[in-house]
Design a protein around this ligand. Structure first.
Ligand SMILES: Nc1ncnc2c1ncn2[C@@H]1O[C@H](COP(=O)(O)OP(=O)(O)OP(=O)(O)O)[C@@H](O)[C@H]1O
Ligand SMILES: [Mg+2]
Length: 314
């Protein structure tokens, strides 16, 4: 690497994990089968994949919580597990188990203590963080966490992940289980962190959220990386139009369409070929076009297509 290139925040080479299970630990579950990826400074990176793909495993290895079976990884230029590096990262776990009888204030003070943050700093930072994630200060000082809703707990979790003012933040399914308002708020928080220049790595299977937030995504399936890149690179740019109308369609117009559906006089479908050629065909016929809209392939469609290709062995 040359000196004018900033070093990657995270680099993972051929990472492998095989869990041993069963009473005699004689069964093996291969969860990561040689994953290579990198995350650059200031990037919001989304690791996508269905349940059991290995997303949490990868995150836990990078954070030094789970031991890898093979491969290498570096976080902030250091081998994973380095103590000094841990002080610069924040982590929102997938299933955050909180201390039920503590208030949010007590919990955040406790977490700040683990980072050896002085009391004076915490007294300033905790109210700032509570405000930031949208939690009421008076409630945070009095209500035990067991009385919090899932959405409120997720916000406490986010405040906890930011207590040490980290440069790099790992979020494992930050939107899961949240209602639309909760998801919207979480998205706003992540976008605000991104605007501050933080590097964010997050796991998700909620594609719409990833699509709106991430600069780059990777798709993990059964422990293997299927693809990675920016959304602009991954989503094909070929233009597709959704068309809808009524009246007798000429055969030449039909041949330009896919997914043609006809119900009596009405028809709809997708236009693959030349839009102008289709319009010319209609012009010379009795058919009337009601709607023609540009259709972008969503990340969701792309994701499903990738996984289906893999499952069908192609
Ligand atoms: N502690 C463990 N012991 C044995 N197997 C495990 C363990 N943790 C995970 N696995 C297995 O490893 C695979 C990957 O699990 P992982 O939790 O990393 O997936 P994930 O992509 O995070 O899934 P989800 O979307 O459900 O959170 C699964 O087959 C899972 O059953
Ligand atoms: Mg997971």
């Amino acid at each position: 690497m040359t000196s004018d290139q900033p070093e990657s925040i995270l680099q993972v080479w051929e990472l492998q994990k095989t869990y041993r299970t069963g009473f005699w630990l004689n069964k093996t579950v291969p969860s990561l089968k040689g994953v290579t990826l990198s995350v650059e400074p200031g990037e919001t990176f989304g690791l996508l994949g269905p349940n059991g793909a290995g997303k949490t495993t990868l995150l836990k290895i990078v954070l030094g919580i789970v031991r890898r079976s093979g491969g290498r990884a570096k976080l902030l230029g250091m081998p994973i597990g380095d103590r000094a590096t841990r002080a610069q990262i924040g982590y929102l776990p997938e299933n955050a188990y909180y201390y039920d009888y503590l208030t949010a204030w007590e919990f955040l003070s406790f977490m700040g203590g683990l980072f050896e943050l002085p009391g004076g700093i915490l007294k300033e930072r905790i109210p700032q963080l509570l405000d930031w994630v949208g939690l009421d200060l008076a409630t945070a000082k009095t209500k035990p966490l067991k009385q919090y809703s899932k959405g409120m707990l997720q916000r406490v979790g986010m405040a906890q992940a930011l207590i040490n003012n980290p440069d790099v933040i790992f979020l494992d399914e930050p939107m899961s289980g949240l209602d639309p308002t909760g998801r919207y708020r979480m998205r706003e928080i992540i976008l605000a962190l991104k605007a501050q220049g933080k590097t964010i790595f997050f796991n998700s299977h909620i594609l719409a959220d990833v699509e709106q937030i991430c600069d780059r995504v990777a798709i993990l399936h059964q422990g293997e990386l299927l693809t990675s890149g920016s959304l602009a690179e991954l989503l094909p740019k070929t233009e597709q139009y959704q068309v809808q109308g009524y009246g007798m369609l000429p055969e030449a117009a039909k041949s330009l369409m896919t997914n043609l559906e006809e119900m009596g006089d009405r028809w709809s479908g997708q236009l693959q070929g030349d839009r102008q050629a289709f319009l010319n065909q209609l012009h010379n016929s009795s058919a009337t076009l009601e709607q023609l809209t540009l259709h972008h392939q969503s990340l969701e469609e792309f994701f499903l297509a990738q996984i289906q290709d893999q499952d069908s062995g192609s």
